[in-house]
Design a protein around this ligand. Sequence first.
Ligand SMILES: *[C@@H]1O[C@H](CO)[C@@H](O)[C@H](O)[C@H]1NC(C)=O
Ligand SMILES: *[C@@H]1O[C@H](CO)[C@@H](O)[C@H](O)[C@H]1NC(C)=O
Ligand SMILES: *[C@@H]1O[C@H](CO)[C@@H](O)[C@H](O)[C@H]1NC(C)=O
Ligand SMILES: *[C@@H]1O[C@H](CO)[C@@H](O)[C@H](O)[C@H]1NC(C)=O
Ligand SMILES: *[C@@H]1O[C@H](CO)[C@@H](O)[C@H](O)[C@H]1NC(C)=O
Ligand SMILES: *[C@@H]1O[C@H](CO)[C@@H](O)[C@H](O)[C@H]1NC(C)=O
Ligand SMILES: *[C@@H]1O[C@H](CO)[C@@H](O)[C@H](O)[C@H]1NC(C)=O
Ligand SMILES: *[C@@H]1O[C@H](CO)[C@@H](O)[C@H](O)[C@H]1NC(C)=O
Ligand SMILES: *[C@@H]1O[C@H](CO)[C@@H](O)[C@H](O)[C@H]1NC(C)=O
Ligand SMILES: *[C@@H]1O[C@H](CO)[C@@H](O)[C@H](O)[C@H]1NC(C)=O
Ligand SMILES: *[C@@H]1O[C@H](CO)[C@@H](O)[C@H](O)[C@H]1NC(C)=O
Length: 479
Amino acid sequence: MRRISPRSLLLSIGISLILFVIIFIVNHRSIDVEELPIKCNCPTVPAQTLPTINNTISITNATKIEAVTIQKVNIPTIPPTTTLPPLPPCKPVEKNSSVQRAIIIYYPHHQSEYFFPEVRWLYRSWAEMLRSQPPTWRTDFLIFTYNFSAEFRSLGCINRIRENKQEPSVCRIFLYVPIQFRTPNITKNNFENAFSDAKKIAKLYNDSVEQMVTIPKINDPETFDLKRSESLYNNLRTYGYIDSINTIYEGFSTFKMYDFVLRTDIDVFIYRHFGTYIPQNCTLITGGGGYGTNFNRRKLKRIAHDMGFSHVEMSGMGSTWYGSARDGFLVANQTLHGMLWLAEYEFAQPERESKLGTLMWPEWHYGVLLLYGQHLAINHLVGQNQIRIIIGHNLLDQSSTDPSPQYVQQGIRLNLHCWHTDNRFSKFAFKMGHYNKTELVKYQNDTTAQAYAMRMALESKYMTLEQLADLIRNISITK
Ligand SMILES: *[C@@H]1O[C@H](CO)[C@@H](O)[C@H](O)[C@H]1NC(C)=O
Ligand SMILES: *[C@@H]1O[C@H](CO)[C@@H](O)[C@H](O)[C@H]1NC(C)=O
Ligand SMILES: *[C@@H]1O[C@H](CO)[C@@H](O)[C@H](O)[C@H]1NC(C)=O
Ligand SMILES: *[C@@H]1O[C@H](CO)[C@@H](O)[C@H](O)[C@H]1NC(C)=O
Ligand SMILES: *[C@@H]1O[C@H](CO)[C@@H](O)[C@H](O)[C@H]1NC(C)=O
Ligand SMILES: *[C@@H]1O[C@H](CO)[C@@H](O)[C@H](O)[C@H]1NC(C)=O
Ligand SMILES: *[C@@H]1O[C@H](CO)[C@@H](O)[C@H](O)[C@H]1NC(C)=O
Ligand SMILES: *[C@@H]1O[C@H](CO)[C@@H](O)[C@H](O)[C@H]1NC(C)=O
Ligand SMILES: *[C@@H]1O[C@H](CO)[C@@H](O)[C@H](O)[C@H]1NC(C)=O
Ligand SMILES: *[C@@H]1O[C@H](CO)[C@@H](O)[C@H](O)[C@H]1NC(C)=O
Ligand SMILES: *[C@@H]1O[C@H](CO)[C@@H](O)[C@H](O)[C@H]1NC(C)=O
């Protein structure tokens, strides 16, 4: 086992901090953010620790700014014709048909010590969900990562694209070159050497190297844009979440055959209700995201105008998406475009280098660049009649700490998302080994969200990878 590098530790702390501030803001309505029904027993922080923005910003020296040479930005012009194409026709997927779905994550193979426990519990909850899935449905677990390692082989994952609707639900690994690894020696000659390590490992396991599924597909102009790949490397390679969006763009060919995809972080539990629930009326459902203030809503609208993007005043979308594969692809594509624009033109270097910490949160904070980029993307796509969307405040990213049986019984909660909290279930306490078999017994007959998360996590910890794989095989024989 490798040790956690200081860098990945910092990254994890950073990510936790962001989640924390998001939750914090959700719980402090005084700052005019979207009200979200997320229940979270977060530690309370005195309100005065938040930066208060002074209205009286000195502008007496403002004229000086004009002396600075402003970099010329090519601003696309909005086409003068405002006649929109109609919304794409909606042919709803019938629940009684053979619904095909994928749960999709990006897994950073180089931070396995931190993230693999989360993969285990997500995998365990995927199995639990499959129990309530109708026999004609299939739900695969898709993992984009740079190494088809022994762990995923033990979990029964395969490196193959789904070929028909009958194959049982299975875990699939697709080899993907993360943005930060796209150094010149990896990208030269059309990524010629990008998969040489993977090929060595494939040979070791007698896999067919010819059939290996790898991303990016450099010859497919629909899903690979070399300029953008380079721009992502130059501007966003240190931004923690970039690959979780880029895989939904560059990896489209591996999941376009599914009726629905769930784009999710790893630190979630798929809840049983997901087994029988599909989005209605051709909508893309997002979770809720507490990043919106009057300040940044106005700012983002102004930026959308600069970009030549539509803006329909939608705000508060979270980064979990559940909808058609095509909708996910479109949102990912425009989110990448939005993130690059913001990083290049709307954040200064000290902000990009996190030198401001959370000083500017919640008004304008680089840590939530993904949510801002996605805000621009979704507003544009909705404004252009390309997608239909709803924010599923009571559907996605639900509490993993709620202790009341009513919470999970009365709602349609599709997944539980870990937040920064010490309350059970806390991913931090779990990873520090604070929960053990005692809890497993204690929560045995408990029907709360808290107990569900606790059981899934602890069971996945005490089961071997082979047992987990077995569990999926046993369930999917009948499902
Ligand atoms: C904001 O204004 C208050 C009162 O005018 C002042 O005490 C404080 O230093 C100001 N804060 C900043 C960051 O300028
Ligand atoms: C304006 O600039 C001058 C010279 O750079 C400086 O002495 C002064 O304090 C500035 N005024 C304000 C209000 O920032
Ligand atoms: C599914 O149900 C609808 C009515 O709700 C029916 O029209 C359709 O034929 C059914 N399809 C299948 C495959 O049974
Ligand atoms: C890739 O997986 C193989 C097989 O598990 C392992 O030996 C190797 O260390 C992994 N490489 C990296 C860079 O994680
Ligand atoms: C590619 O170059 C980077 C630094 O530019 C180096 O860290 C890495 O080991 C190289 N990889 C290969 C496969 O040569
Ligand atoms: C791969 O094939 C060789 C020769 O057929 C065999 O000896 C070896 O055990 C196989 N390895 C695995 C991991 O199946
Ligand atoms: C779907 O559309 C129908 C007809 O417009 C409407 O009655 C129904 O409430 C919609 N369902 C959802 C979940 O929005
Ligand atoms: C992807 O985004 C770019 C930038 O906004 C846009 O020009 C392009 O048409 C988009 N591709 C698709 C398939 O929507
Ligand atoms: C399990 O954790 C409890 C506290 O929750 C502790 O009292 C107990 O000693 C632990 N048991 C083992 C076997 O580590
Ligand atoms: C859970 O239910 C089983 C069967 O009803 C029972 O034997 C067991 O003692 C219960 N466990 C707890 C912790 O209540
Ligand atoms: C799967 O089924 C086999 C045969 O029925 C059984 O021996 C095994 O314990 C089951 N594994 C799991 C993890 O449920």
